[in-house]
Design a binder for this molecule. Structure first.
Ligand SMILES: Nc1ncnc2c1ncn2[C@@H]1O[C@H](COP(=O)(O)OP(=O)(O)OP(=O)(O)O)[C@@H](O)[C@H]1O
Ligand SMILES: [Mg+2]
Length: 507
């Protein structure tokens, strides 16, 4: 079929060592100039499929056949696939931190087309600027990448892929780390590509994005294609049911928890910017948290939400605040201090500070509280390690053959669940959740909400950050709104709507 840019026939992918069949007999196609959505539960096989389409898993390491513009293709590497017109932005961010935006975009090209020429920085920046503005990327070519937000890095990866002029661009959950403005920027870029005839495969867990952007959607479950729908057949409930194999009627389960006494009181929290002198990233923020309460932090990217809870967790040296737990003043100068006071955190960036990727699930879960798995003789008990880690694997539906699976080999969403398990194993009294359902499928989201409710019921207090307002509104008892590092509003559950919260962000 000439008008298929890409066609996959009978793709099967096994990981024999782990005893996993990630994909079984997958066939699908992408038409010229269309945006195809690809969705499915955590571990359904989306990323594995994309890695095959983009030469990460090379021919011989999978069964089945790929056709690009009607011709069979067998990529030898991801570079090979890229040169043949398959642009790919993987799920995990992978950029060269110490180089500039321009260098990151063009580093591969320099090898290709300028072996003889020596490139000057100025010229490179001008070339990058031209390219970035042509595609409407809000990025500065001269900026060093390690000073950029995760969202900007994500856009940079997209820019890099587009710089090869792909006939098909494959995006694996590109929006998980993006602010609303960055998402709009990305969607505009994708639509512009489409208008020029480029095809796009777009993976997401956010159904709204499927409805907004895509022309067709293919649903995977347990490594198989379950259904494909055209835009005119889109039906939310049907798609969810295809994805998770059951209906989801009440995403935010009801909670009947009596909120108790004040557990935490934070006064005049100010955090100095570790990078820029004489600038505060959080300024004079005061709030309280009660027993069994879920407090939502609302704000745009850069509002200081993550910085506020990181300070509470002892991540900053230069900060000042009066903190009291159960009415007692406490000093939190390190993460160990925080944990000793019953505070634990689930971080936004699991790769940077959440997980030991080359260790197995068991170790990652239990390391947050070794006391809990010690025998009376002070030695670690393998039986307890197994009991604890298996308990969370069951509770959170972590998809893996056993608790000895290396975390690096888990799907993105399942890695996120391990971060959650690790935080829960530490038995916190105060739990700080930064984007807890990032990259998590709807079925598992509901399960995580149920667990949050259980924790609140046990008297644990929670602070939750989420870029998804419906999630915050569905889960939180009270909201504080941050803007440019300052607390600008406190809003009760009864008054909280998307509109009131959003407009408070712009105060
Ligand atoms: N290198 C590997 N070794 C062993 N198993 C693997 C490896 N990579 C992936 N898997 C397994 O293959 C299955 C599919 O994983 P994949 O990453 O494709 O899921 P996904 O649909 O992208 O999920 P998510 O939404 O969580 O990103 C999972 O069970 C995963 O654990
Ligand atoms: Mg994935």
């Amino acid at each position: 079929m000439e008008d298929y840019v890409l066609e996959a026939k009978g793709i099967t992918k096994r990981f024999p060592l782990a005893g996993v069949i990630a994909l079984s007999n997958i066939s699908f196609h992408v038409k010229k100039g269309e945006i195809l959505g690809l969705i499915g539960e955590n571990g359904a096989g989306k990323s594995t499929l994309l890695k095959i389409l983009n030469g990460v898993y090379t021919y011989g390491n999978y069964e089945g056949e790929l056709f690009h513009e009607g011709r069979p293709v067998r990529f030898r590497s991801s570079h090979d696939a890229m040169k043949q017109g398959l642009g790919y932005v993987p799920q995990e961010i992978n950029v060269m931190e110490d180089l500039t935006v321009a260098e990151n975009v063009f580093v591969g090209h320099l090898n290709e087309d300028s072996r003889k020429k020596s490139f000057r920085m100025g010229e490179l920046n001008r070339r990058a600027q031209r390219f970035l503005s042509e595609h409407h990327f809000a990025l500065d070519p001269a900026q060093v990448v390690n000073t950029m937000s995760i969202g900007q890095k994500q856009l940079l990866m997209v820019a890099k892929a587009i710089s090869w002029n792909p006939s098909i661009l494959v995006l694996d959950e590109p929006t998980t780390a993006l602010s609303q403005a960055d998402v709009e920027n990305l969607f505009a870029i994708v639509r512009q590509l489409k208008s020029k005839g480029t095809s796009v495969i777009f993976v997401t867990h956010k159904l709204e994005e499927i409805f907004e952007l895509t022309d067709r959607v293919t649903i995977l479950r347990d490594g198989k294609v379950i259904n494909t729908y055209g835009r005119d057949q889109y039906d939310r409930d049907r798609i969810i049911c295809d994805m998770v194999g059951r209906e989801i009627t009440n995403l935010y389960p009801e909670r009947h928890v009596a909120i108790g006494e004040e557990i935490l009181k934070v006064e005049h929290l100010t955090v100095l910017d570790p990078r820029i002198q004489n600038r505060n990233i959080v300024e004079d923020v005061s709030f309280t948290l009660r027993r069994g309460e879920c407090l939502g932090f609302v704000g745009l990217v850069g509002a200081g939400r993550t910085e506020t809870i990181s300070a509470l967790f002892g991540c900053y040296r230069d900060y000042s605040a009066k903190v009291a737990i159960n009415g007692q003043p406490v000093e939190i100068r390190s993460e160990a201090d925080a944990i000793a006071h019953g505070i634990n955190i689930l971080t936004e960036d699991r790769k940077m500070n959440g997980l030991l990727l080359l260790n197995n699930i068991r170790f990652n879960v239990v390391m947050s509280n070794l006391k809990k798995i010690m025998n009376s003789n002070g030695l670690l008990s393998r039986t307890k390690e197994d009991e604890e880690s298996n308990k969370y694997m069951r509770k959170l539906h972590i998809k893996a053959p056993s608790n000895t699976m290396m975390v690096a080999n888990l799907s993105g969403g399942n890695q996120q669940k391990v971060v959650m398990a690790k935080a829960l194993h530490s038995d916190p009294r105060i739990l700080l959740l930064d984007e807890p359902t990032k990259g998590i499928d709807v079925g598992s989201k509901q399960e995580i909400y149920e667990i949050i409710n259980e924790l609140l019921g046990e008297g644990i207090s929670i602070i939750m950050i989420s870029s998804e307002l419906p999630e915050l509104i569905g889960m939180c008892d009270r909201f504080i709104v941050l803007s440019h590092g300052k607390l600008v509003a406190e809003i009760d559950k009864e008054e909280a709507t998307q509109e009131t919260l959003m407009s408070a962000c712009f105060m």
